[in-house]
Design a protein. Structure first.
Length: 179
């Protein structure tokens, strides 16, 4: 179909299931992406601000080498998450009025996924660091593993499983199946 016609196919070649032009679909996709970023960004910003203040607190110099490494790794993961989640805004600003919405959505989707991976790592690192300071040893290992499992399952495994089933045509689009 040509640009501007109804019943457009998405980038995978599937019908979008909506009566919209390609431009309308791109606008909708961008709006949905921006809403998702509005959820993730405040968490990254709060975590980053907290981590920037920690070294200036009394007692920080008394932490172990492991805790210093965990702190620094968490700080770096948080910074990378912030960079990736804010990158769609920078890309949009620098390509504004050059009809780059399709490319913006393509890159922003990938930036967001990478940002969420690093946000999950940063939040896991923060849980690990705090658990180690409070309880040490076994509790640290258990809480770190639990955090990785929760983030891994809910943020990645569950949606990827669904995506792979849908891509393989194993499940119809629409309502969840009755179990």
């Amino acid at each position: 179909m040509e640009n501007g016609t109804r019943g457009e196919k998405d980038q995978t070649g599937r019908e979008s299931g909506r009566d919209e032009t390609e431009e309308e679909r791109l606008d909708r996709n961008l709006g949905e992406l921006l809403q998702e970023l509005r959820v993730a960004l405040p968490g990254v910003q709060v975590l980053f601000a907290f981590l920037l203040a920690v070294p200036f607190q009394q007692g920080f110099e008394k932490i172990t080498g492991f805790q210093k490494g965990a702190y620094f790794g968490t700080l770096v993961c948080t910074a990378i998450a912030a960079v990736m989640l804010i990158s769609p805004s920078a890309y949009h600003r620098l390509t504004f009025r050059y009809q780059q919405k399709r490319r913006l959505i393509f890159y922003a989707n990938r930036f967001s996924i990478v940002g969420l991976i690093f946000l999950a790592l940063a939040m896991t690192g923060a849980i690990m660091l705090i658990t180690d300071v409070l309880f040490g040893g076994v509790a640290t290992a258990l809480m770190t593993a639990a955090a990785l499992l929760f983030f891994g399952f809910f943020w990645f495994a569950l949606p990827l499983q669904r995506r792979f089933r849908l891509a393989a045509g194993q499940e119809p689009l629409g309502e969840p199946e009755n179990e």
